[in-house]
Design a protein around this ligand. Structure first.
Ligand code: URA
Length: 205
């Protein structure tokens, strides 16, 4: 069943909204995935972090950013002086998109139709959390929120108005750091990621 837009718009709490999302079949990703992985965090967190989509670990545990990318994110938040309680963490797409290679589930980028179908949930999360700052982690999050293709290198590291009372900030996705080939570039790029998150730290209430 497609989500009833009026139910999504009527949801008065994140708990209510998350419960609605568990049965979402707005795109084809629900079927192979184990479950919807909804956002997590304080009802009125001052900072919202938006990732791409759950990975293998997140799909199994039902929580965002608990796998390897989540570990990098936790480290970087800590190094930027941001507490987990100050952030609401979610994804542009709420089901794991993968293909089987042997016995492994290999991450696949979400397609435009998945991002578009899932935007109702992200919009509803933004309406309920009303963060002072939305941090877009990587191209998928930026594309979902800004509704146009975004070049990370040209957009990152500066604050811009997103809507009344809300600023936006684009940075890299933590998985990008995991994919870098050598230790020197990993360290350099991690430091830049932490610098970006330091801009966000100013918004922590
Ligand atoms: N990558 C994401 O974008 N989100 C997660 O929740 C985990 C990995």
């Amino acid at each position: 069943l497609p989500p009833q837009l009026k139910d999504v718009e009527a949801a008065q709490s994140l708990a209510e909204l998350g419960a609605e999302a568990m049965d979402c079949r707005a795109c084809a990703l629900w079927q192979p995935a184990s479950r919807t992985v909804f956002g997590e965090g304080a009802e009125h967190a001052p900072i919202m972090l938006v990732g791409e989509q759950p990975g293998d670990q997140e799909d199994q545990q039902g929580r965002p950013f608990v796998g390897p990318a989540g570990q990098v994110l936790d480290d970087a938040l800590r190094d930027a002086g941001i507490q987990r309680e100050q952030v609401y963490v979610t994804n542009a797409v709420k089901h794991f998109h993968f293909k089987w290679t042997g016995s492994r589930r290999l991450h696949q980028k979400p397609e435009a139709e998945h991002i578009a179908a899932c935007r109702i949930w992200l919009n509803a999360e933004r309406r309920l959390v009303r963060p002072a700052l939305v941090v877009m982690l990587g191209g998928t999050a930026a594309q979902s929120i800004l509704q146009k293709p975004v070049t990370i290198s040209r957009t990152r590291s500066r604050l811009f108005p997103l809507e009344e009372q809300t600023q936006g900030l684009v940075t890299v996705h933590p998985s990008y750091l995991l994919r870098l080939p050598d230790e020197a570039s990993k360290q350099r790029e991690y430091a830049r990621f932490v610098e970006d998150l330091r801009l966000a730290a100013n918004y922590a209430a």
